[in-house]
Design a binder for this molecule. Structure first.
Ligand code: RIB
Ligand code: CA
Length: 323
């Protein structure tokens, strides 16, 4: 299956940096099964849960997918400056509560995520697209540690921020809030950047009927995804009053392969790293009043039906592969 409706030529080579996390799991599944994506590797970072738990969850997800061909490396356990803030209220004690997952895959890289990303970029015959779906700690450290490799990055398509939406505070989205200094480095890097923020990802929803249908499925992957997303939807109902599961990170992967699944505007985005009430805010200059040149393509609207259909295609394909 392909994400893009007009895919031609070679698959898009990407690296995912994530903090699994229920929606990170769906992002990994989407990238793994799409034939218009070449998933070169996964790195993990502390965010939704501790670095130890997000790494363990990534290993369990790769076991579930039998994705022995996808290398994995562990990254930072703490943000650049601030103490770690996790989202246990959303993703649970394990960071992926709601179902029993297989034993974690034993094989993983001995490299730190930052060095793993450098190694992958150095060895690739084409530039790679980075898809961060957690706090940007690893990505910021990579930018500082390997400036000579920045030209090997095709684009960064990140899940984070929001023009008019927030979640972890009234001002900030979680991934940016956890490490605003790292996000500031990424947004100031000058690298080609797409921001897939809450304005679109809060609408990248599977509703409660969708989740119930997955739970009722006899597909080995659909059933477990249904149970996991039922947990996730439960916390979203409790915390945000939402009726369903917002698959934030899966949309970032989809946008990397099919930018037309959203509509975007080139805007200047600044990251607030100070402020008692606003730290972590992505400040998007909608009307160009700052005079600053745009530094990001910011997703503003989403084809929600196309995204929902894509999600069900992903789970169905994985059911077939993992039977
Ligand atoms: O705000 C949503 C983002 O924070 C998602 O990436 C979710 O997995 C958490 O990391
Ligand atoms: Ca995430």
């Amino acid at each position: 299956m392909t994400i893009s409706t007009a895919h031609t030529g070679k698959p898009l080579p990407i690296l995912i940096d994530c903090d699994p996390g229920h929606d990170d799991m769906v992002a990994i599944m989407t990238a793994y099964v799409a034939t218009d994506i070449d998933l070169r590797g996964i790195t993990t970072v502390a965010g939704n849960q501790t670095g130890e738990k997000t790494f363990l969850n990534a290993r369990r997800i790769l076991s579930l997918l039998k994705a022995d061909d996808v290398p994995l490396a562990r990254g930072c356990d703490v943000p650049l400056v601030r103490p770690l803030h996790i989202a246990e209220n959303i993703h649970g004690d394990s960071g992926l509560d709601g179902a029993d997952l297989p034993e974690p895959r034993e094989a993983y890289s001995s490299l730190h995520a930052v060095d793993f990303i450098a190694d992958q970029l150095s060895r690739s015959d084409t530039p790679l697209t980075l898809v961060p779906t957690g706090p940007l700690t690893n990505i910021a450290l990579f930018i500082r540690r390997y400036p000579e490799l920045l030209s090997r990055i095709e684009r960064i398509v990140l899940m984070g921020g929001g023009v008019s939406e927030s979640n972890v505070t009234p001002a900030a989205e979680f991934n940016i809030f956890v490490d605003p200094e790292a996000a500031d480095i990424v947004f100031r890097s000058g690298l080609p950047l797409t921001m897939v923020g809450l304005d679109v990802t809060n609408r990248a929803m599977l509703n409660l009927d969708d989740i119930a249908s997955l739970q009722a499925s006899d597909g080995p992957v659909s059933h477990i995804v249904g149970d996991l997303l039922a947990f996730f939807a439960g916390t979203y109902k409790k915390v945000f009053g939402m009726a369903g599961a917002a698959l934030h990170d899966a949309l970032a992967v989809a946008v990397a392969a099919a930018p037309d699944i959203v509509t975007a505007r080139d805007l200047h985005v600044a990251v607030e790293t100070k402020g008692d009430h606003t730290v972590g805010r992505t400040v998007a200059d909608l009307y160009g009043v700052t005079g600053n040149a745009p530094n990001a393509s910011v997703a503003m609207d989403i084809d929600t039906n196309r995204f929902r259909s894509l999600m069900f295609s992903v789970f169905s394909e994985l059911d077939t592969r993992c039977r």
